[in-house]
Design a protein. Structure first.
Ligand code: SF4
Length: 188
């Protein structure tokens, strides 16, 4: 599992989240942990004292020694789709501590940053069509930018999707256009 999950992570780092998300989808979200390899293990053995997102992974491995290796070995025998689900759930829930999918918290730091900046185009389209979705601040900005740039879009539907009033969305769209105009180079 180890190299596979790292391949999925590598794609995500390159901006392609589809392989990781598709792998996670193979283990349904409901009761996903039932088939995890760590069922029955002490959860505390997966949360290492020195491991956090600001830490150097090599340092954590050196200090935690066999405790870390044991937990990481259990993850290595976890089915890939379960590990992928474990990793995506940790990102969704912004878990900053603990071993997940065979990765120390210290090794997930950059991936977490990339996740926060990620823009799910399907979710953005759904909101533009009026469907309520939980969006990150980057995705909300993408919706506002689309409304500002494309006057063919229905601001009423997008406002519904965002859970705000149409007037407020139009105000945000105007502010976005103004900001973009201020950034544009002055032409002769
Ligand atoms: S990847 Fe590790 S922490 Fe995640 S469910 Fe599997 S064994 Fe548990």
């Amino acid at each position: 599992m180890k190299s596979d999950i790292r391949d999925l992570m590598h794609s995500a780092h390159q901006g392609d989240w589809a392989p990781l998300l598709q792998q996670a989808e193979k283990t349904p979200r409901r009761n996903w942990a039932d088939s995890a390899q760590c069922v029955g293990e002490d959860p505390d053995s997966f949360v290492l004292t020195t491991d956090d997102m600001g830490q150097n992974p090599e340092y954590v491995r050196r200090i935690e020694g066999e405790t870390a290796l044991r937990a990481l070995r259990i993850c290595d025998s976890c089915p890939l789709s379960v590990a992928a689900r474990c990793l995506t759930e940790s990102l969704r829930n912004d878990e900053r501590f603990g071993i997940r999918a065979g990765l120390l918290a210290a090794e997930r730091s950059k991936l977490r940053q990339a996740w926060v900046r990620r823009i799910d185009l399907d979710a953005v389209s759904a909101v533009l069509g009026g469907e309520r979705q939980r969006l990150s601040k980057y995705e909300r900005r993408a919706v506002i930018a689309r409304v500002a740039d494309d006057r063919a879009l229905d601001p009423g539907a997008a406002a519904r999707g965002l859970g705000i009033s149409r007037d407020y969305l139009l105000q945000l769209a105007r502010a976005h256009r103004k900001k973009q105009g201020a950034k544009a180079p002055v032409s002769n």
